[in-house]
Write a protein that binds this ligand. Structure first.
Ligand SMILES: Nc1ccn([C@@H]2O[C@H](COP(=O)(O)O)[C@@H](O)[C@H]2O)c(=O)n1
Ligand SMILES: C[C@@]1(CO)OP(=O)(O)OP(=O)(O)OC[C@H]1O
Length: 159
């Protein structure tokens, strides 16, 4: 069996708004994020992990922030595109593990919905998708509440 690993990282600054989108789920918050698309750091980090495993560059190369067609885009479309690239090349996604870094909003209450949405979009079993969260103990830009970050890793398998 062949395997590949990929990792991704994304950050968005908080801005005006009343919600953030995380893993395709609308999470109520007293801030929004500054982004060209819907600013879903979970999906952006995961797309970069998937693209990284294929050595196909990064999300900005596939969906340029200069391209008006991605303005306000639902990031789930990016995720499904990356899934297609994996399948086209004869790979299957094995699992994905994501960590969200922010003081607020609390991710825990939304993690189950996020896992389900990602599993649905990726055609994975629920136990192949993990969402974790941590604060940065009030340190750095996430600690000061200036933005939100996410890290992702994924495994590709080929039998
Ligand atoms: N945005 C967040 C941050 C953390 N959590 C949950 O709280 C636990 C404790 O966080 P620490 O940073 O103090 O270790 C963490 O393990 C998560 O379960 C969260 O839901 N949302
Ligand atoms: C998602 C894209 C889409 O144009 O823009 P943003 O929403 O700004 O998000 P980023 O994480 O900076 O990734 C780059 C772009 O692909």
């Amino acid at each position: 069996m062949n395997i590949r690993i990929g990792q991704g990282f994304d950050v968005h600054a908080f801005g005006d708004g009343d919600h953030v989108v995380l893993g395709g789920v609308r999470v109520p918050h007293d801030r929004g994020v500054v982004a060209h698309s819907d600013g879903d750091v979970v999906i952006h980090a995961l797309c970069d992990a998937m693209l990284g495993a294929l050595a196909l560059g990064d999300i900005g190369q596939h969906f340029p922030p200069s391209d008006p067609q991605w303005k306000g885009a639902d990031s789930r479309a990016f995720l499904r595109h990356c899934r297609g690239l994996i399948h086209e090349r004869g790979w299957q996604l094995g699992n994905a593990d994501i960590t969200v870094i922010c003081e607020r909003p609390k991710v825990g209450p939304h993690a189950a919905a996020m896992r389900q949405r990602l599993a649905d979009d990726l055609g994975l079993a629920l136990d192949a998708v993990s969402i974790k969260a941590t604060t940065s103990e009030k340190l750095g830009f996430t600690g000061r509440g200036e933005g939100i970050a996410a890290m992702a890793v994924c495994l590709l398998v080929q039998s």
